[in-house]
Ligand binder design. Structure first.
Ligand SMILES: Nc1ncnc2c1ncn2[C@@H]1O[C@H](COP(=O)(O)OP(=O)(O)O)[C@@H](O)[C@H]1O
Ligand code: SF4
Ligand SMILES: [Mg+2]
Length: 373
């Protein structure tokens, strides 16, 4: 059996927007041809600016909304058109953790009821007493106390409410959990605790995680792989250390460089990403990043770059016409773990900043000839 627990191939989700009696609706391409695979036991992080299609993708993967086109499998079974019993089983095996724990919890239900509810559907044979026991167990798994079962969501802090959300997600015994910005509504001081809890649960329960974030720094230490999205498409993917040490796509460079770095005791952001993300109703032709990319050339405005091997580590791929040329200008970088940004990433930011400022670090033209061994 394949190690992939979840796969997607050519997923798209289009929305019709702005239509009226007299006006034809326009097509908004929220997700536009995304393929991915998630291996059992790993944590895949999906990152990108707000509006790039992360939530739409997550909702499709969870089968909360159907794809416009494309295929998905879960544990080898085709799920893009799952219905009835197959869908009920999916609801048990894959669970969702929402961004805002408060709005996703019914304020009038006790915590015991909220966490016990999924058990009524997915473990109907449990007696009321067994269910209470299971709820107590779930609460302690997420660091809450059994007596919390009698309280209401508003009696808890944001972090605790997210723990309640996680306990509820765990109730059906899922094998895959998708978290849509599970900590971005929380205080910075609490974010790490919830992230650590998720990582700990993943290891203890053998879960697979897909975590969506707009801030990669937050989930860096728990992720195995990263997928970077821009305007409905994947622009880069690879092992997390590779992405941090050797980002290959200009957008990834910009995105990573927005992470605050501590320097001389102060925190500073490096290069902000310039310009607005174009509308997914009218995405630019060619490379979708061309309107903001400091390296863009004529070909970028007409030809769509495909995801291809970035040739640094297995599974590292990026969608840019000038991968080699841009990389050639950045000094070689050793991959490093640990906190903060690596030297290699810094070098790339410097390169990006220079290009953004209009200094001539654009890819040389014509492209250098590749030497074949
Ligand atoms: N139900 C919907 N109807 C119309 N447009 C939508 C709908 N859901 C999302 N969108 C649009 O799709 C794009 C991607 O949104 P979303 O997936 O929420 O992005 P992200 O989670 O990365 O911020 C946005 O332009 C958003 O406005
Ligand atoms: S160089 Fe061209 S293809 Fe590469 S990211 Fe920039 S605009 Fe896209
Ligand atoms: Mg979102």
């Amino acid at each position: 059996m394949s190690d992939d627990i979840l796969t997607a191939h050519g997923l798209t989700r289009h929305f019709a927007v702005g239509g009226s009696l007299l006006k034809k609706p326009k097509v908004l391409r929220a997700v536009d041809g995304v393929s991915l695979s998630v291996r059992r036991g790993e944590t895949l992080a999906i990152v990108g600016e707000s509006g790039c299609g992360k939530s739409t993708l997550a909702r499709m993967l969870m089968r909360l909304i159907p794809p416009t086109s494309g295929e998905m499998t879960f544990e080898g079974r085709q799920i893009d058109h799952a219905r009835g019993r197959a869908l009920t089983e999916l609801r048990r095996d894959m669970q969702f953790i929402f961004q805002d724990p408060f709005s996703s919890l019914n304020p009038r239900a006790t915590v015991g009821r909220l966490v016990g509810e999924p058990l009524e559907t997915h473990a109907p044979d449990l007696s009321a007493r067994e269910r209470r026991g299971r709820v107590a167990e779930l609460l302690s798994q997420v660091g809450l106390r059994p007596e919390h079962a009698d309280r209401y969501p508003h009696e808890f802090s944001g972090g605790q409410r997210q723990r309640i959300g996680i306990a509820r997600a765990l109730a059906s015994g899922p094998r895959l959990i998708v978290g849509d910005e599970p900590v971005s509504a929380l205080d910075v001081s609490v974010q790490a605790q919830v992230i650590n809890l998720l990582a700990d649960l993943r290891d203890r329960l053998g879960l697979t995680l897909v975590v969506i974030a707009h801030d990669l720094a937050v989930i860096r230490h728990m992720s195995d792989r990263v997928m970077v999205m821009y305007l409905g498409r994947v622009v880069e993917e690879g092992p997390v250390d590779e992405i941090f040490a050797r980002p290959r796509h200009p957008y990834t460079m910009a995105l990573l460089s927005a992470i605050p770095v501590a320097e001389h005791g102060r925190t500073r952001h490096q290069i902000p990403l310039t310009g607005e993300m174009p509308s997914p109703v009218d995405p630019p032709p060619g490379c979708r990043f061309n309107t903001r990319c400091p390296f863009a050339r004529e070909a970028c405005r007409t030809d769509v770059p495909e995801l291809r091997d970035a040739a640094t580590a297995p599974g590292h791929r990026a969608a840019c016409h000038f991968l080699e040329e841009i990389a050639e200008q950045a000094p070689p970088a050793p991959a490093q773990g640990g906190a903060g940004l690596t030297e290699g990433a810094r070098a790339r930011f410097a390169l990006y900043a220079e290009a953004s400022a209009g200094t001539p670090t654009r890819p040389r033209s014509p492209a250098p000839q590749e030497t074949t061994p």
